[in-house]
Design a protein around this ligand. Structure first.
Ligand SMILES: Nc1ncnc2c1ncn2[C@@H]1O[C@H](COP(=O)(O)OP(=O)(O)O)[C@@H](O)[C@H]1O
Ligand SMILES: [Mg+2]
Length: 102
């Protein structure tokens, strides 16, 4: 379905994005009211992607108790386990050798 009838909200959000960043903004509303569709429309068709980098952080399933844990979730970097590091190291080697022997 074609996206419709959200010009006012789109312009409000764009003006928030374009102003000096100082707060964290939330979009809230009833389920199925179009929050995700609205933000996706802005990211896909309305945002100047040469000026903004969009980062998606899924907060579902994260336990956020207070401001500190919220900040921690936002800025935590998923650490690679030792097993993953070894796996990726060999993956890299294999890629290198398969390229080298062609
Ligand atoms: N402005 C719109 N134009 C067309 N379809 C829309 C619009 N807003 C929402 N929808 C559709 O309505 C459904 C629910 O919207 P969604 O963004 O998932 O809601 P929410 O994130 O608020 O729960 C989706 O199928 C979405 O594609
Ligand atoms: Mg949604």
């Amino acid at each position: 379905m074609k996206f419709f009838n959200r010009e006012k909200e789109i312009n409000e959000i764009l003006s928030v994005i374009e102003s000096e960043p100082q707060l964290i903004y939330f979009i809230y509303g009833p389920i199925n009211s179009g929050k995700t569709a609205l933000i996706n429309e802005i990211i896909k068709n309305r945002l100047d992607k040469s000026r903004y980098e969009v980062i998606y952080i899924n907060l579902r399933g994260r336990f956020i108790e207070d401001y500190k844990s919220f900040i921690k979730v936002l800025f935590s970097v998923k650490k690679e386990s030792f097993r993953e590091k070894i796996k990726n190291f060999f993956k890299g080697l294999f890629f290198f050798s398969s390229k080298g022997f062609k």
